[in-house]
Design a protein around this ligand. Structure first.
Ligand SMILES: N[C@@H](CCC(=O)N[C@@H](CS)C(=O)NCC(=O)O)C(=O)O
Length: 329
């Protein structure tokens, strides 16, 4: 694990010394928006209009943030329009690589490069910062459109309507304020909360992460007792953002990130809800438990120095979820 400084790769782990042992995630730097007509989005430059076979997504199947973008690519019928490369699950001293000696790792099918950091320096030879996935690449302008998953899913939600005719809307205008509120709590305490727990290097930082994590899971369990989805009857981006953390919870976060007050399967509503989303058409094909388990345990040497891959809980994601008839999105 490392980062680029002025376009040069440095092999350094997250710095938690300056923050009392707490993990602080840095903000993504490429913030352009792909839009239907190429107009600029809420941030960044314009000129990225929706076109078939123009954009390429670099993902890790292990990564919950990249996983969101893969789900939206499926749900929005973009498989034929946006191509994908999958990195190797082991993220070691050179960061994400395009090695192919693991089932599902495709290599860099677009440029044939060896490392994800080379995609960043191809876009900006003097880039300084972390080299994260997902990366949305523009084949036409030869640059990175965005490396922020929460924004890529909104682009996929709406930009390609003219090409695909897929009008499913996971960010409905009238629900946006409430979605943002729920997203914010889930992001801080659950999506990023598991990382804050797992990457903490002081007891205090760990305690400060793990308590809000389980308080929020309790709150979600209650909410899902009387609501089919987070926003009621309608499935929205808030559900997909939560799902990619929940599906990793028992296989990885519970043990590896010390999120072990309860397991996901101890929450009847959350567990059934996770199974429902897993069983949603197209979604199971985006879940690769092998990459998930392998990546975290093998890559995070400071947490698991002997790189032993633990045996996994046996979970049946296809068990009937019992959460009623599925309404249209
Ligand atoms: N803000 C980013 C975060 C992405 C992210 O942190 N991805 C992780 C993988 S799960 C990564 O690539 N980490 C490498 C690093 O931090 O050096 C997003 O949501 O797109």
């Amino acid at each position: 694990m490392g980062l680029l400084v002025d376009g040069k790769w440095h092999d350094t782990w997250y710095d938690t010394k300056s923050t009392g042992g707490a993990f602080k995630r840095s903000a993504a730097q490429f913030r352009n928006w792909l839009t239907a007509d190429g107009s600029a989005g809420p941030s960044g430059k314009g000129g990225f209009n929706a076109e078939t076979d123009r954009y390429h997504l670099y993902v890790s199947l292990a990564c919950p943030w990249a996983h969101r973008t893969l789900i939206f690519r499926e749900l929005k019928g973009l498989n034929k329009h946006v191509s994908v490369s999958v990195v190797h699950p082991d993220m070691l001293d050179k960061g994400w690589t395009f090695e192919t000696d693991d089932h599902g790792a495709t290599g860099d099918t677009l440029h044939g490069l060896g490392f994800a950091h080379q995609i960043y320096t191809k876009a900006d030879p003097t880039y300084s910062g972390r080299v994260t996935v997902p990366i949305l690449w523009d084949k036409k302008q030869q640059t990175i459109v965005s490396n922020e998953s929460s924004e890529i899913i909104r682009m996929f939600n709406s930009a390609f309507y003219g090409i695909t005719g897929n009008a499913d809307d996971y960010w409905p205008e009238q629900m946006r304020d409430e979605i943002e509120e729920v997203n914010a709590r889930i992001y801080s305490n659950v999506n990023n909360g598991v990382y804050k727990s797992g990457f903490a290097t002081s007891q205090q930082a760990y305690d400060a992460a793990v308590d809000p994590l389980f308080e929020t899971l309790d709150w979600l369990e209650d909410r899902l007792a009387s609501n089919r989805y987070l926003m009621g009857d309608r499935l929205t981006e808030a559900d997909w953002r939560l799902f990619t953390t929940l599906i990793r919870f028992d296989p990885v976060y519970h043990l590896h990130f010390k999120c072990n007050r309860r397991r996901l399967i101890d929450y009847p509503n959350l567990w059934a809800y996770t199974r429902e989303l897993y069983q949603w058409p197209g979604v199971a094909s985006t879940v690769n438990i092998h990459h998930i388990v392998r990546h975290y345990h093998y890559s995070h040497e400071s947490i698991n120095p002997h790189r032993i891959i633990p045996t996994n809980p046996i979970l049946d994601y296809m068990e009937p979820h019992g959460r009623g008839q599925r309404p249209a999105a």
